[in-house]
Design a protein around this ligand. Structure first.
Ligand code: FAD
Length: 377
């Protein structure tokens, strides 16, 4: 495992930072913009790991991780970054890595070039952490399936053109299984509920997805019939790593603000950085960032070498999300009343960060997963 960045990786990282600082700060904070999305498409971000034959940059996972961290660092609107990473890791990458040739030919280029914004729908009103309690059913119908049910808390749903939906199916032995379907917004029977108002990540709008006798052709099954659990686990492990890579970048940005402020702000005739209880908070941020980076690059290396990353992804997700919230709280503390005021934008980052301990499986769920897998390390 080599931790030295290549020249190409260093250059790309610089370009992403420059691009995000110059181009992604134009829009209104907290509002999704299709225009900014298209800029990301034109830059190549949307499709960073998609093969060139489908319009992507064909980057490996290590390089993708570096770029996502850079994006999280340079783009101050974490909601917009979340909209992008959500599309990339729980929708597009499923088609790219698990989709058959027909599915790839039908959708992958469109997802890379801005025609389709995607999302992932597994949660329901009564089934959150306990995924198998889901009620959405897919019933066989000639050469396809008919889907009925509704999915809750779906990020990107109000702006999405396509959804990967996990639904209950029945195999030939009559056993309940799960299957993943690629559903277009324009398929008859698809409707989107009203936007769900939430405490942060506003630029990644959320809504309920309703499926009412929605017919999906068999070719739109993602991966294989009755293998929806594998698809869901794959999506979640990639989300836990590559969406959370951007949170390390956000922590770096917060730390930089703290260093600047602790140098400038004077109390009792000294910059506040002179007080150890202030500087220790910045040290804790640095330690968290370094450890998170080490884990990220290790996992990305393992992903590039087709090794199992399921346990690593839970450990990483748990560590990064809790570090992110702690970093945001300490950032506000260091900035005092200015940190608490809306003007500095630090409170909105805290609100954004809290969601990271819930989506993609809560911290409690990650601890359950890690404990269940400790024996087989
Ligand atoms: C910002 C955001 C974006 C999201 N985006 C999506 C999306 O795009 N697609 C999608 O399908 N879903 C999405 N979700 C939903 C998310 O996946 C669920 O919120 C999550 O799985 C938890 O489910 P729940 O909220 O129903 O909580 P519940 O499962 O009801 O849990 C409630 C509490 O009980 C705890 N708990 C539950 N079971 C256990 C257990 N066995 N052991 C210990 N503690 C337990 C939980 O940790 C939590 O603290 C999103 C959520 C948020 C906040």
């Amino acid at each position: 495992m080599d931790f030295e960045f290549t020249k190409e990786q260093k250059d790309l990282k610089k370009e992403v930072i420059k691009f995000a600082k110059n181009e992604l700060c134009d829009g209104e904070h907290g509002v999704f913009s299709r225009e900014l999305w298209q800029k990301c498409v034109d830059f190549g971000l949307i499709g960073m790991n998609v093969p060139e034959e489908y319009g992507g940059m064909g980057l490996d996972y290590q390089t993708s991780a570096i770029l996502l961290q850079a994006l999280g660092y340079a783009c101050e609107d974490s909601g917009f970054v979340f909209a992008i990473t959500n599309h990339l890791w729980v929708c597009q990458n499923l088609v790219n890595e698990l989709g058959n040739k027909v599915l790839k030919d039908k959708y992958l280029r469109g997802m890379t070039e801005g025609e389709y914004i995607g999302c992932f729908a597994i949660t329901e009103v009564e089934s959150g952490s306990d995924v198998f309690q889901m009620q959405t059913k897919a019933t066989k119908d000639n050469d396809g399936y008919v889907l009925n049910g509704s999915k809750m808390f779906i990020s990107n749903a109000p702006i999405a053109d396509a959804f990967v939906v996990i639904a209950k199916t029945e195999n030939e032995q009559g056993k309940e299984t799960l299957t993943a379907f690629f559903v277009e917004k324009n398929f008859p029977g698809v409707s989107i509920g009203k936007k769900i108002s939430k405490m942060g990540l506003e630029a990644c709008p959320m809504a309920e997805l309703c499926l009412n006798n929605c017919r999906v052709p068999k070719e739109n099954i993602v991966y294989q019939e009755h293998k929806g659990m594998k698809v869901a686990n794959y999506a979640l492990q990639m989300e836990r790593v590559f969406e959370f890579a951007s949170h390390i970048g956000a922590m770096e940005r917060q730390m930089e603000k703290c260093i600047k402020y602790a140098n400038e702000r004077k109390q009792f005739a000294k910059p506040i950085k002179e007080y150890q209880s202030v500087s220790n908070k910045i040290v804790d941020m640095k330690v968290k960032i370094e450890l998170a980076q080490l884990l990220l690059y290790k996992i990305a290396w393992k992903a590039d070498h087709k090794k199992n990353i399921f346990l690593d992804s839970s450990i990483f997700k748990l560590f990064v999300s809790e570090s992110y919230v702690a970093t945001c709280l300490d950032t506000i503390q260091i900035h005092g009343a200015y940190g608490y005021s809306k003007e500095y934008g630090l409170e909105s980052e805290l609100r954004d960060s809290i969601a990271s301990t819930i989506y993609s499986g809560t911290s409690e769920t990650q601890r359950n997963i890690i404990f269940s897998l400790i024996d087989i390390i």
